[in-house]
Design a protein around this ligand. Sequence first.
Ligand SMILES: [Zn+2]
Length: 88
Amino acid sequence: MERLCDLQGRRLIIACEPCHRRGLYDLDYLGHRFGPHACVYEVYIRLTQTCRYQHPVGVRRPNQYGRACRAQIELDQPSSAKLLPSRS
Ligand SMILES: [Zn+2]
C-alpha cells in the first residue's frame, strides 16, 4: 500500500457516490495530520468515517452482510503536459 509521501500530486480527492460526498484534502495538511509515512488506506478509512456505510477503523474488510462505503480516492495531479519539454 502506498504511503502519503509516495503520492504525486497536491491534493487528495475522496468521492463517494452512495453517500453523495466529495472532499478535497491538501496533501501537506494530511501529512501534518497523519504523518508523511501514513498508509494511504488508513488515511482513507479515517477520512471516510463520517460516511454512512464505512466500516470502523481497524477492520480490514467491510462486513459482507452489510453495505460498504464506495468512496474512491483520486489524486489532483498537475497537468502532465507540464512535464513535457517545451518545444518553443
Ligand atoms: Zn461513503
